[in-house]
Design a protein around this ligand. Structure first.
Ligand code: DAH
Length: 338
């Protein structure tokens, strides 16, 4: 073996050892290309070995070339596995930084429930819709005119004292009843009229059975030949649909300024009569106030308290539960307790 070939072999062994240590020593993926280039790059140690070839006798060249190629292949494998090792480490680091633990249970999203008042309201509107009443609405901030005067309750009228009103500036107030929607609807459209108007009403009053905010549904049916018999028939059908066919219903004479005659309607609960709505034939003065001719058209109106119906349906003793939004209470209605 020539001296030059022996020198080449020593050099190859040295590069091999150097490359081993270097590939193993790379700690960061970003450092790998430079380290690799120190051996395999255009100015790298292995490329430099090619200069030995020139110094060798012709017959030694094939062997020397083969040795250099073998070294090159080995060092390439070394750096390929270093690359694989660092790739795996980087992936591992990324995964543990996100701390995904697929064995943990999923997050529970709290599920809401329809509020009992809304549930009752939805049922009532649905039922009255099937009896032919069209849904409408009116404003919660009203004028004295609409809330009282046009409903045949002038300022001097003692019935105004029956309702503790929240007054606002400029002759405005929070409506104490949904009845003003009757007036607004009749002013807007010619008869026949057959509407219901659900919504919030406000009175300055609060105890276990009175809330300063509560809900009513107003009903109104005006046409050429709507009579007291229709009032009885429609309201009885409504209450029977609500409480069952065998439920006893009673009509009691009463007084409201905007109806004449007026009635209050009670339902037998099994132990006592319970008042559920007020109603009556719309007062001729109210019809005149909206430009209707009471000799041409007439009809009936009714107003019912939604919160009371909800309390009765769910057996509640204190109306304030409906407003506190205590989840121990509201959660019980999840999935529609009916
Ligand atoms: N507005 C009345 C109240 O709040 C309820 C009522 C009674 C409405 C008789 C009516 C009716 O339409 O005819 O006490």
């Amino acid at each position: 073996m020539s001296e030059a070939l022996a020198g080449l072999k020593v050099e190859i062994a040295a590069i091999q050892a150097d490359a081993d240590a270097a590939a193993e020593g790379v700690a960061r993926l970003a450092d790998l290309p430079t380290t690799r280039a120190r051996f395999l790059g255009r100015k790298g140690a292995i490329t430099a070995l090619m200069q030995w070839l020139g110094r060798l006798p012709a017959d030694a060249k094939p062997l020397a070339g083969a040795e250099i190629n073998a070294l090159k292949a080995q060092v390439e494998t070394l750096f390929d596995s270093a690359q694989a090792r660092l790739d795996a480490a980087a992936l591992e680091a990324a995964l543990s930084a996100r701390r995904v633990d697929p064995t943990l249970p999923g997050r529970v999203v709290a599920r809401g429930a329809t509020h009992p008042i809304q549930a009752v309201l939805d049922d009532l509107v649905d039922l009255l819709g099937r009896l032919g009443f069209e849904l409408t609405e009116g404003p919660e901030v009203e004028s004295e005119q609409y809330n009282f005067d046009l409903l045949n309750m002038p300022a001097s009228h003692p019935a105004r004292d029956m309702q503790d009103t929240f007054y606002l500036d400029g002759g405005l107030l929070l409506r104490t009843q949904t009845s003003p929607v009757q007036v607004r609807t009749m002013q807007r459209q010619a008869p026949p009229v057959r509407i219901i108007a659900p919504g919030k009403v406000f009175r300055c009053d609060a105890d276990t059975t009175h809330s300063p905010v509560f809900h009513q549904i107003e009903g109104l049916w005006i046409d050429k030949d709507v009579t007291m018999a229709d009032l009885k028939g429609v309201l009885t059908a409504f209450l029977r649909a609500l409480y069952g066919d065998s439920r006893e219903v009673r009509f009691r004479p009463s007084f409201f300024p905007f109806t004449e005659p007026s009635v209050e309607v009670d339902v037998w609960t099994g132990s006592r009569w319970m008042e559920v709505l007020g109603a009556g034939m719309v007062h001729p003065q109210v019809l005149r106030n909206v430009g209707y001719d009471p000799n041409e058209v007439q009809g009936f109106a009714f107003g019912l308290g939604v919160d009371r119906l909800a309390m009765i349906r769910y057996g509640m003793t204190d109306i304030r539960y409906l407003w506190e939004n205590d989840q121990r209470f509201t959660r019980q209605f999840r999935g529609g307790l009916r």
